[in-house]
Design a protein around this ligand. Structure first.
Ligand code: ASP
Ligand code: MG
Length: 436
């Protein structure tokens, strides 16, 4: 036995993460099995809910919480059908054991829907329902691996990834989770483990989720806790590109990035990795690979502490769905420090997601994600400030900008605010992200 805290069994582990798009159908799941089979070492496979299941379960939650049980159950039936279609495709002769497992999880959701009036707290209710997506997808993946003789252990993250009770944004208790996860691995030696992304649980046994798109973060946390050798996120893109290929005709793959680069890109709104993902990896200098799910031979991008050369192409990142608030103190106390203090206090209490801050002599402007918490925050700010705001905006960040790029953005967009530093320009513009 190793010393306490030194995970012997967990040594030489790698973490692979597969997102919803990668497991949205039987072909995707077969591809996952192929990728996992090629890995000679030990592996923790972190999986998201299939396709758009999380969105569908959000609709189930909304309807049920409103008391509209019929709509909630109708929505849930669609989720059931989608999953059964995939199971049928994987097992044309049926698979009773797997179907029973999946049905049991769906029945739990049915019970939650019917018992909606026992929940007063929306976020808490949401987590109990929405977490089912990952619990189901991982069952399907685990059985698919088994069938191809990749024996694996199923990790129940509501029991192994301990969080506090900040529902929908559970904060991971790293110490408790380390003991639980390492303990599980030691007691259940296996070459491959399958774990739900995005899902954790409180000490009281309630399920929590870690925030939308949180599976990358799960992968990073698990890698940190098991001292993994690396994390690979398998995606439906070639790696990290300098722009969204849907909005740019010519994109370039960025082969190497530093953790700092990655945080900057993620925070600016790059969809490719979740912003919280980097810290647990940076802390232990664990490299993060982003590789194409459908191009096993391609190496994709790697994020590490240092790279051979800095990124040498301009990088364009959109962050959508912004509200720009501009505050002007009512009492003429234009002391920036005081204003910032009270502003940050409101931001933190309402859990607003800030994308940009800019101050002038008499105003402070903040661009925040337009979540359902924004109106209450505005109402509160209106007590001390005259608040003006615009909705339906997008934030464009251009890293490595040039005078030509600045010109092009100005010519093609309606800009409400521009912020420039040495190499980066940021624009709050009206409307949805569009071609530049
Ligand atoms: N299934 C969750 C979501 O769609 C988590 C994830 O995909 O990372 O937000
Ligand atoms: Mg997803």
């Amino acid at each position: 036995m190793g010393a306490i805290g030194k995970p012997q069994q967990a040594a030489c582990m790698k973490v692979y993460k597969f997102g919803g798009a990668s497991v949205r159908n039987a072909a995707g799941i077969r591809n996952l099995v192929d990728i996992v089979r090629r890995e000679p070492g030990r592996l923790i496979v972190v999986v998201s809910a299939m396709g758009k299941t999380t969105n569908a379960l959000e609709r189930v939650t909304d309807a049920a919480f409103r008391g509209d049980v019929n709509s909630a159950l109708a929505e849930l039936s669609k989720v059931r059908e989608e999953h059964y279609a995939v199971i049928d495709d994987l097992y044309p002769c049926g698979h009773i054991l797997l179907q029973n497992k999946v049905e049991a999880l769906l029945q739990e959701v049915v019970a939650l829907v019917r018992g909606h009036d026992r929940y007063a707290d929306y976020d808490r209710y949401y987590d109990q329902i929405v977490s089912a997506g990952e619990l189901i997808s991982t069952r399907i993946v685990s059985y698919a691996l088994d069938r191809d003789n990749v024996s694996n252990r199923y990790m129940l993250m509501p029991e192994l990834l301990r969080t506090d009770d900040t529902f929908r944004e559970g904060r991971v208790d790293m110490e408790a989770s380390a003991l639980l996860i390492r303990g599980f691995i030691e007691k259940n030696p296996s070459q491959v483990y399958v774990a739900q992304g995005f899902v954790g649980g409180t000490a009281n046994g309630l399920r929590t989720t870690l925030g939308r798109e949180g599976s990358d973060y799960t992968a990073a946390v698990v890698a940190n806790l098991t001292d993994a050798e690396s994390v690979t996120i398998w995606k439906d893109v070639p790696g990290i590109l300098n722009a969204d290929p849907r909005l740019f005709s010519e994109t370039t793959l960025i082969e190497q990035l530093t953790y700092y680069d990655a945080v900057e890109l993620a925070y600016s709104g790059a969809q490719v990795i979740h912003p919280k993902t980097i810290r647990p990896l940076e802390n232990k200098q664990i490299p993060l690979y982003v590789r194409p799910f459908e191009g096993y031979e391609e190496s994709g991008s790697v994020i590490t502490g240092q790279t051979k050369h800095p990124i040498d192409v301009p990088v364009y990142i959109w962050r959508r769905n912004q509200v720009l608030l501009t505050l002007r103190p009512k009492d003429f106390s234009f002391v920036l420090e005081d204003c910032l203090n009270s502003l940050f206090e409101v931001i933190s209490r309402h859990r607003l997601k800030v994308a940009l801050i800019q101050s002038s002599a008499v105003t402070i402007s903040v661009s925040v994600d337009n979540t359902r918490r924004v109106p209450a925050a505005i109402a509160e700010l209106q007590r001390d400030y005259r608040v003006t705001f615009n909705e339906g905006l997008s934030l464009l960040t251009v890293r490595g900008t040039t005078p030509e790029i600045m010109e092009r953005v100005r010519a093609t967009h309606t800009i409400l605010l521009t912020q420039t530093t040495r190499r980066t320009a940021r624009f709050v513009v009206t409307g949805e992200p569009e071609k530049i």
